[in-house]
Design a protein around this ligand. Structure first.
Ligand SMILES: Cc1cc2nc3c(=O)[nH]c(=O)nc-3n(C[C@H](O)[C@H](O)[C@H](O)COP(=O)(O)O)c2cc1C
Length: 184
């Protein structure tokens, strides 16, 4: 079981590592691709070592401009993809099929192959362009899952909220036993 984890430059870099942990717990191989802005937000929000720590969790690491990587093709046996976090720029590129780097190309591949694509799209407030791009991705079969906390579970910390959001994102791939805490 192989999953692409894309990390773009929206706030919420901690979501990337949390998704990687939950994917590993499922036994999934992780193909990681981080955008330039994603590298920047990892540093700004977590620290200098964050990108390397994330890369250490991956099975394969791909350079953002390597559009010749295996995951750029529908022939690679990939189960689906999560973009965590997903910037409005990457959302727009995916919505319009620009395929302008390996992250957006791999996302397009999931859509064309009719596989799961989960975007943890983070921005607030939203412009009409953001909303239209979310609609376009949804119309193509992608899942737009903004990283909002499950307040009803009363998370005790930001870290707990991040874990829950990441677990829900992984559950949305539909690959195994649900990992997210459920409302009882
Ligand atoms: C600290 C920081 C936080 C950011 N937060 C967001 C955000 O929450 N949402 C967003 O769409 N862009 C955010 N940006 C801007 C994006 O990084 C920028 O639009 C970039 O071009 C996205 O490129 P990418 O999609 O290739 O990663 C942030 C940038 C920085 C440096």
């Amino acid at each position: 079981m192989r999953v692409v984890l894309g990390v773009s430059g929206a706030s919420g870099a901690a979501l990337a590592a949390a998704c990687a942990r939950h994917l590993s717990a499922l036994g999934a191989e992780i193909d990681l691709v981080i955008s330039k802005a994603g590298e920047r937000t990892l540093v700004e929000e977590i620290g200098l070592e964050a990108a390397d720590a994330l890369r250490a969790q991956a099975t394969r690491v791909h350079a953002i401009m390597n559009v010749g990587a295996a995951i750029a093709s529908g022939s690679a046996p990939v189960a689906g993809m999560i973009v965590a976090p997903c910037s409005m720029r990457s959302l727009a590129a995916i919505a319009h099929g620009l395929d302008d780097n390996l992250l957006t190309r791999a996302a397009s591949v999931q859509l064309k192959e009719r596989r799961r694509l989960v975007l943890l799209a983070r921005e607030s407030p939203l412009t009409l362009a953001h909303l239209r791009n979310m609609t376009a991705v949804t119309e193509m079969g992608g899942i737009v899952a903004p990283p909002v906390p499950a307040f009803y579970l009363r998370p005790e910390s930001l870290a707990a909220a991040v874990e829950q959001i990441a677990a829900r994102a992984v559950d949305l791939l539909g690959l195994g036993r649900p990992q997210a805490q459920a409302w009882e």
